[in-house]
Design a protein around this ligand. Sequence first.
Ligand code: HEM
Length: 514
Amino acid sequence: MGATDNLYHPFFFLCLSTVLLAYPLVKALVKHLRGGRVESLPSPPTLPVIGHLHLIGKVLPKSFQALAQKYGPLMRIQLGFSTCVVASSEAVAKEIFKAQDLNFSSRPEFGSSEHFIYRGSRFVTAQYGDYWRFMKKLSMTRLLSVPQLRLFADVIDDEKVRLVNSVAGRAAQGSLCDLSRALTTMTNNTICRMVMSTRCSGTDADADEIEGLVKTCLQLAGRLSVGDILGPFKFLDFSGTGKKLVGALTKYDRLVERIIKEHEEKALKNETGARMDVLDILLETYNDPNAELQLSKKDIKSFLLDIFFAGTDTTSAAMQWAMGELMNNPTALHKLRHEIDTVVGSSRLVMDSDVPNLPYLRAVIRETLRLHPSAPLIIRECAEDCTVDGHLVKSKTRVLVNVYAVMRDPESWTNPDEFAPERFMEESEEKIGEHQMEFKGQNFRYLPFGSGRRGCPGASLAMVMMHAAVGALVQCFDWRSKDGEKLDLSPGPGFAAEIGQPLECYPVTRIRPF
Ligand code: HEM
C-alpha cells in the first residue's frame, strides 16, 4: 500500500460515516419538504431547509401580517423544520374560535416541553381533556373569579399606592424613572400576593426569588422553542439551554415546595384566615376526597408557575404600552386626566369603583390592547382534519391566530395603526361590535384575550390592574421624556412584540392624594 492508500482509508471512513449520519437527517428533511401537513393552503415560495425564515423580520406578528397581505387570511408558513398555519382575519378567527372551537381547543407542545419537570401537569399548554377542563373550571369559578378578585381588592389598592409612592420618590429627587421596572414590580407583587400571600421587591426574599426564577425560565423556554425550527438538528443545543432550564425549574420547585409546607402548617393550625389565596384553594382541592379530579402537588406547582408565566409580563407590558402611547399623545393624556379630575377629584386616588364612571380610561386600555396585544399570536392545535376558509387543515396542525393583524386590519378598523381611544366610546361612529367595550372574545375583530373555551381566565384581573395603575399614574403625575422628544415606541424582537426600549422618563408630581 502506498501513501495514498493510507490517506484513502480515513477519508473513505469519513465519507461513509458522514453519509450514514446524514441519511436520517436528509430523509427527515425530504419528508418535511414533501409532506407539509397543509399543502392545499397558500404559502410563499419555500427555500430548502430554512423554509420561509428569510421572509421573517425581527417582529414575528408584524412579519406574518405583511405576508398575509400577499398570501391571504389563512396561509402555511414553514420556519426551518417547524410548520404552522397562520390565520389573520376576523372571519377566519371566528371560524376557529367559534364555529370550530372544540376542534381547536388544544395547544401544541413546544421545544421546551421535554425539559419541563412538570410535563404532563401543565395547564397553559395542556391538550383539551379532563385535566384542562377541571383546572379551567376551578380557575373561572374560584381561583381567578370576580368574587376572588373582590376579596383581594385591598391588595391591588395597596400595590397601586406603593407604585405611586415609588414614582413620587423619583419625582422628588428629579431623577429618571424606569416605569417599565416599576410596573413589572407592581404586577409581580399583586399576583404573588393573590397567589401565595408573598410580595416581591426587597421585603420578601421568596417572592423576589420567584420573580427571578420565572423570568429565567421564560427566557430559556423561549430560546428552546426557537429550537423547534431546528427540527432533527435540535440536539445541537451547544449552550446547554435545556439543562439550564431544568436547573432553574428545580430551584423553583424547592422554593414552592417550602411555601406549600408553610401554607399546609397554617391550615392545620386553622391560621389560614378568612380569605384563602390561590394556593390555599388549590390545597383544599388537593385534600378533597370528593373532588372531580385528584390533583397532585406537581399539578399545583405547575399551575402556579403557569399563572406567573401567563399573568405577569403580559399585564406589565400592556401597562407600559398604555403609558407610552399616552405620553406620545398629549391630547389623549389630557382628556383622560380631565375625566379623572372631574369624576374623582384630587383629594383621593382613583379607585376600582370609579372605573364604571371613567369611560375614557376604559377606552384607553382597550385601544392599547388593540394596538399592542400582549399575546399577539394565539397558539392552538387542531384535533381532527377540518376545513377552514375553504382549505384543508390536517389534524395536529399548529395554528397561530395573529390577533395583532386582526386588530389592525383596515377592513375592520378606521386608521388601524393610529392610537385613537375615541373609537371605543359609546358615541363613536366606528361601531366595534354589538358591545362597544366587550373584551372577552365575543367580538371577533377584537381579541386581546383570545376567545372561546381556551380564552384567558385572567382577563378580569388584568383589566383591574391596568385601570388601577394607568388611572393613578395619569392622575398623580405629569411626564417628561428623557430628551424632550417623543418616546421610541417600536416593538422589540420576537414573538410577543413587547415594547422595545424600557420606558424611562421624568415624573413630575401633580397631586399627592394621600
Ligand atoms: C394584559 C394582560 C393579558 C393578556 C393580553 C392575556 C392574553 C391571553 C391570551 C391571548 C391567551 C390565549 C387565549 C386563547 O387561546 O384564546 C391567554 C391565556 C391564558 N392567560 Fe392570559 N392574558 C393576560 C393576563 C393574564 C393574567 C393576569 C393571568 C392570570 C393571573 C392570565 C392567565 C392566563 C392563562 C392561565 C391562560 C391559559 C388558558 C388556557 O389555556 O385555557 N393571563 N391570555
